[in-house]
Design a protein around this ligand. Structure first.
Ligand code: F6P
Length: 254
């Protein structure tokens, strides 16, 4: 890509790959903290990656958030995705409807001309409700589909931002502050070292079920550098799609 060479982005990508131990890093120009169009550039790069990776009958699991919503907005028709099924990776995590995994997965499928399946579960699940829901045959079927996903695409957020966006209780916010959580992904909170501090109870993919899946992480903005670094310590993804500001900041983290 000539443009990337000119902007020095290819060099930045290599440095971030080395730093995080991630095989493939794609960096788009700009800072998504400041300019909303940068999220759409992240979206464009993510759509290209999804299209390059998809196989005819793939199941692709997607997470929620504003970044993934921007990915969905950039999807375009793809005859090769006709038999691909998009599913939400996990159940409700307290996002607004437009940023929920269900909505984004349906949007991706509709724009691509692919298939989708919804997962209907409430955001807050008691232990008892959780155990009986997973035994429900209709839920069981979609859960099997979700777990069979070969490709997973997800966002990463800052721990505090995500806890307050989800309207978490003050006791929970105090807990993640005390335990110095800096990152959130898939409903899990992580500290700087990439250790799991807390896991939100919801059905769908659990983090220890990502083995053998092709995981694409999409997160940009300087404010997310610490979160990206922490999450990649827990588990380096197959691909990280980020922006220039996050990438430069990532290189400064000790
Ligand atoms: O809540 C779903 C989720 O994917 C979180 O796991 C992640 O931290 C967040 O969304 C990212 O949201 P955004 O792209 O809006 O920063």
């Amino acid at each position: 890509d000539v443009m990337k060479e000119l902007l020095g982005l290819r060099n930045l990508e290599e440095q971030v790959e080395y730093k995080l131990g991630v095989k493939k890093v794609l960096v788009v120009a700009g800072n998504s903290d400041e300019d909303h169009w940068v999220k759409h550039e992240l979206g464009r790069a993510s759509v290209a990656e999804l299209k390059a990776k998809r196989e005819p009958s793939d199941v692709i699991a997607v997470m929620g958030g504003t970044t993934l919503a921007a990915v969905a907005e950039m999807m375009t028709p793809d005859a090769g995705m006709r038999d691909v099924t998009f599913v939400p990776a996990r159940g409700g995590l307290g996002e607004n409807v437009e940023n929920q995994a269900n909505t984004i997965s349906a949007e991706l499928a509709t724009r691509a001309g692919a298939q989708y399946r919804l997962l209907h579960v409430p955001d807050q699940l008691s232990e008892e409700a959780y155990s009986s829901l997973v035994l429900e045959p209709s839920i069981g079927d979609i859960l099997k589909l979700i777990k069979s996903a070969r490709v997973v695409i997800h966002g990463i957020g800052e721990a505090n931002t995500m806890a307050s966006r989800r309207g978490s209780k003050s006791t929970f916010i105090e807990k993640i502050e005390r335990e110095q959580a800096v990152a959130e992904a898939f409903g899990y909170y992580f500290n700087r070292e990439g250790d799991i501090i807390h896991k939100q109870r919801t059905i769908g993919l659990q983090l220890d079920e990502l083995d053998n899946k092709y995981v694409i992480s999409v997160a940009g903005g300087e404010s997310k550098a610490e979160a990206i670094s922490a999450y990649m310590k827990y588990r380096p993804s197959d691909v990280l799609i980020t922006d220039e500001s996050a990438a430069r900041r990532l290189l400064e983290i000790e």
